[in-house]
Write a protein that binds this ligand. Sequence first.
Ligand code: HEM
Length: 441
Amino acid sequence: MPDETAATPAPTPAPTLFTWEFAADPYPAYAWLREHSPVHRTTLPSGVDAWLVTRYADAREALADGRLSKNRGHHSEGANAKNKVGIPGERGADLMTHLLNIDPPDHTRLRRLVSKAFTPRRIAEFAPRVQELTDGLIDGLQKDATGAVKSEADLIHEFAFPLPIYAICDLLGVPAEDQDDFRDWAGMMIRHGGGPRGGVARSVKKMRAYLLELIHRKRADLGDDLISGLIRASDHGEHLSENEAAAMAFILLFAGFETTVNLIGNGVHTLLRHPEQRALLQESIARGETGLLETAVEELLRYDGPVELATWRFATRSLTIGGQVIGAGDPVLVVLAAADRDPDRFDGPDTLDLARRDNQHVGYGHGIHYCLGAPLARLEAQSALATLLTRLPDLRLAAEPDDLRWRGGLIMRGLRTLPVGFTPEAQADASGGSGMRGSRP
Ligand code: HEM
């Protein structure tokens, strides 16, 4: 006989979203949403109302649904809200015509053009330069401003942040002497991503003015770089206009920069918190294997990837996702981080398994907006992790895990700082390890 006096468990209350505690560990809240309110209406900190899609199957469907537009002209809340739903500063700087803001047929045309320049071959040929940048930055981690050896560093600011910015600048063909300007502008964008926008808008404007000027100069003297490739690319005789090329260079920088910072930052953080998995990876790299490194980067993306929510989408008409009716004009945000922990898709989704093979995560998105830069991101992340674990094998967290602070932005997930300790190679060398190489990139 069932015990009729036993109380049925009270339903767990809905979690509070977008607090600092949520930013530190959003996964329990996402588990609740997946189970109790998989397509969830919420008011974002900006005051905009949006739907959050949290289950894997719904997420894939929504990302591939042509009725969800990337064009914020479809947003029902009017011009005022429209300013709250893009990349800060892009509107004023006239950089809107980029891949993440447009639908077919414009998207199809622009993506085809950029794909002609941003080819897998170009990325593969770039591998030695990425390795050189990685090595130079790891040299730099071990020296202070006076050149003295040090054994602690902030891995975000001294390594994860500069690596992608220098890499994408090199790839685009931004001359070395101008790259530190880009580093400053990008720093402004990352620091104030979800906050005060004046400085961000100024940085975006400066970046655009610089890119237009660079495109103009390159047009007269085409080289082997990506900007020259964008200028050269044509589709049925049609070329990118200078504005389109500038918007394209901007989105490559923007989409390829903070994502990679946080893939490296979140990835190293996860490895440092999972010593057994990290040891397996370290041993495999030491044996000269690449298989585990490749699956590890995918698993780190699934487990705690940098793009927590996909970018804004707007319902062009009333439609249904996961049984929930979405009104025409409503914003829809697909929560990639929730989908990638869905137990209906992944075995043991909350367990880090660097060797996971059945791992079709949505960390790079899905459908026509699938990440264009995935091969570059993989290259940078593999180079960064393999080189760090090889050259600084005793890399460790130099802070209490609870003291780490996460950025509070909506789309990206990443740490503000990642203090690490290590035995510098100069010391390891004195006791029989390898010596310190070269200098900065
Ligand atoms: C490091 C890890 C990266 C992650 C996790 C990532 C993730 C994503 C995601 C989720 C999307 C789709 C967004 C949506 O549908 O709303 C996307 C699109 C895009 N990504 Fe990445 N990205 C990364 C690195 C890069 C890099 C290095 C570049 C280029 C240099 C890049 C360029 C782009 C571009 C241009 C798009 C827009 C594609 C389109 O709309 O057709 N990404 N990325």
